[in-house]
Design a protein around this ligand. Structure first.
Ligand SMILES: [Zn+2]
Length: 426
């Protein structure tokens, strides 16, 4: 599957996207050649072609919402283009890959100047389209959603809309892989980094309640949100399937002080990570296309390295497939063993799981290090393993060996969060 991801396909997609001149959220939506409307319709046509090639396996939806805000001075329609590959046996369990199609120049309100957005986020959009092209030839028990979002640069509107659609449709979102700026290898400091990609994941849930926070502060869990365990999972898949290409886990929701469409998804209570290139180049982001004192500015096609982008897209593809082929992560994971020599861990049975594997690690270790197969049992007693000294988790495994991410016990690690409380105040 990784080998089916093609750098040439990604390049052709970004060339096409750049050809729309600007894809600013407030740009022309009626022209057939320029602006975000034409770009979105082209993406829709790509999904339709994929669907035709797989016997109609994709349902294409274009949810939209009219919004205003600090960077949307007059009411404007935000529209996402999403292809839904319905799962064969558990269609409400949903794995999402997302990127944003909108682009910008130096002035965030400039909707007319050329804003090629080759990397931000033509690269992520191309990864979504390529993932759909490759994965639509396979069947999965869970649903995969390929989401091309709008309005990111104006205030993460596409991510908010994605979360809203997920809630309205009753999706059990297991993971949202938000791909934003994933194709450049020449960093701001002159370095070249093509061997890894960064995956950002929150430590504690955005939707953690005060009571859960108290419990977590005392017993641990600040390193084991579901998003963080997806991050570890992706690092493991890269090691398993991608020849020398690695994941650098970053223990943050996003880059320092910066934002992305994974945040509103997290705020809606769904696990999500941000996938971003190893080394960013700020002369190529949010810039008018120009040359100044001998330096070229602008997010142009030449700033994207297609073999690198292909590797990142391969990581996405194997992650989506592995998650969708695996059983759901175990639920209601509980742990006990205080003032005893042993630790006991239990979870709910899942008919889709052939077995389970319990993991543990030192509290200062980034990766799971110790494991024991539980077989089909839903309770395991780890004799002689003192609960105080380790962090624990459990994963579900399918008949043919696909494993879910590891789930840390209790609300800190649960992949299913209760819906967040509505905002209070004035
Ligand atoms: Zn972006």
């Amino acid at each position: 599957m990784a080998a089916k991801v093609k750098a040439a396909e990604l390049k052709a997609t970004i060339e096409k996207l750049v050809g729309f001149g600007t894809r600013h959220t407030l740009s022309d939506t009626t022209s057939s050649t320029r602006g975000i409307g034409a770009a979105r319709r082209w993406v829709k046509s790509q999904f339709e072609a994929d669907s035709a090639a797989c016997g109609g396996c994709l349902e294409i939806i274009t949810p939209e919402e009219t919004v205003t805000g600090a960077r949307i001075p007059a009411p404007a329609v935000i529209q996402n283009v999403m292809a839904v590959q319905r799962g064969t046996s558990d269609p409400d369990r949903v794995i999402i890959i997302a990127g944003h199609i909108d682009s910008r120049v130096s002035d965030p309100l400039n909707a007319t100047s050329d804003a090629p957005g080759a990397n931000d986020d033509g690269s992520g959009t191309a990864a979504v389209i390529e993932a759909a092209r490759v994965l639509s030839h396979y069947k999965f028990p869970a649903t995969i959603v390929y989401a091309v979002l709008s309005g990111e640069e104006q205030g993460l509107y596409g991510g908010k809309l994605l979360a809203k659609v997920a809630r309205e449709k009753g999706w059990r979102v297991e993971a949202d892989l938000n791909n934003d700026i994933i194709g450049n290898i020449h960093g701001q400091g002159g370095e070249t980094e093509a061997g890894f990609v960064r995956v950002f994941s929150e430590g504690t849930k955005a939707v953690e309640t005060p009571a859960d926070a108290n419990r977590r502060r005392y017993n641990g869990g600040e390193l084991d949100s579901p998003s963080r365990n997806i991050d570890r999972y992706m690092a493991g898949l890269a090691a398993q399937y991608l020849d020398g290409f690695k994941v650098r886990m970053v223990y943050r929701t996003d880059r320092f002080g910066r934002g992305g469409d994974q945040t509103p998804v997290l705020q809606a209570g769904y696990p999500a990570v941000r996938v971003t290139e190893a080394a960013e180049n700020y002369t190529r982001q949010h810039q008018d296309v120009r040359t100044e004192n001998g330096t070229a500015y602008g997010d142009v096609l030449s700033g994207v390295d297609f073999p690198y982008l292909a590797n990142v897209t391969r990581l996405d593809a194997v992650t989506l497939a592995s998650l969708a082929w695996a059983p759901a992560p175990p639920t209601e994971v509980k742990i006990s063993g205080a003032v005893s020599a042993d630790t006991q861990i239990s979870w709910q049975p899942d008919p889709a799981a052939a077995g389970y594997r319990v993991w543990w690690r030192e509290t200062t270790e980034p990766f799971w290090t110790h494991s024991r197969d539980a077989g089909p049992a839903t309770t395991v007693k780890l004799g002689g393993v003192v609960i105080d000294d380790w962090f624990f988790g459990v994963q579900a495994i399918s008949r043919n060996g696909f494993a879910s991410p590891v789930v840390f016990p209790g609300p800190a690690g649960d992949f299913v969060s209760p819906p967040p409380a509505p905002p209070t105040g004035k």
